[in-house]
Design a protein around this ligand. Structure first.
Ligand code: AMP
Length: 196
């Protein structure tokens, strides 16, 4: 991997709009989008060993263990040596994952450019995910108890990743409410500040 690539973490609870915004951002900045949720879903639909292992946790709204997730992420990044940079969506979700990512980037002289959190209330999250579940075909989007479990995992294990990068002066927070364009403008405002 070359030095000085852009590495942006798009952060926020499930249903906060990370996937939608990541798609727009990759087009604009020419970055490679890595969604660990999408990678796991691809593995589960192909019924690979990794996919079947991940499914045990995803079906309950729990996080997949760190070692499995980190290994998958590492392989994905290594498979894109020519990328100008990456947008991480749904990763890191624990401080152990953040540590592993930082160490991985360090070996090539890179570092996280910034983390941007989309701020959305719990009630809005449940509403959005149930709506998405009507068309996404994702079982974890259609059952309110699984959605609540995913939110609990976010609160208990993931939210501290914001503080982890905040201590390094790299965390931003923007409102995840409003139109897709409005949110996008807030995100590009943060990114342009960091990369210019
Ligand atoms: P997502 O599509 O990002 O909401 O992820 C769907 C599910 O995949 C999560 O509820 C977890 O079970 C699993 N998952 C995705 N990313 C991670 C991660 N970084 N660490 C652990 N589990 C993950």
């Amino acid at each position: 991997m070359d030095n000085n690539k852009i590495h942006i973490i798009l952060f926020g609870p499930p249903g906060s709009g990370k996937g939608t915004q990541a798609q727009k951002l990759v087009n604009h900045y020419g970055l490679y989008h890595i969604s660990t949720g999408d990678l796991f879903r691809s593995e589960t639909s192909q019924k690979t060993e990794l996919g079947l292992k991940a499914l045990e946790f995803m079906a309950k709204g729990q996080l997949v263990p760190d070692d499995v997730t980190i290994d998958m992420l590492r392989k994905k990044v290594a498979s894109e040596p020519n990328a100008q940079g990456f947008i991480y969506d749904g990763f890191p979700r624990t401080t152990a994952q953040a540590d592993a990512l930082d160490r991985m980037l360090q070996t090539s002289g890179d570092k996280i450019s910034c983390l941007i959190a989309l701020d959305v209330s719990d009630d809005e999250i449940v509403k959005r995910i149930l709506l998405r579940g009507q068309s996404s075909g994702r079982p974890d989007d259609s059952d309110e108890s699984i959605i609540r479990k995913r939110m609990e995992e976010y609160r208990n294990k993931t939210s501290e990743v914001f503080d982890y990068y905040n201590r390094k002066g790299l965390s931003f927070q923007v409102s995840g409410l409003g139109s897709i364009e409005d949110i996008y403008t807030r995100l590009t405002g943060c990114i342009d500040e960091v990369i210019c």
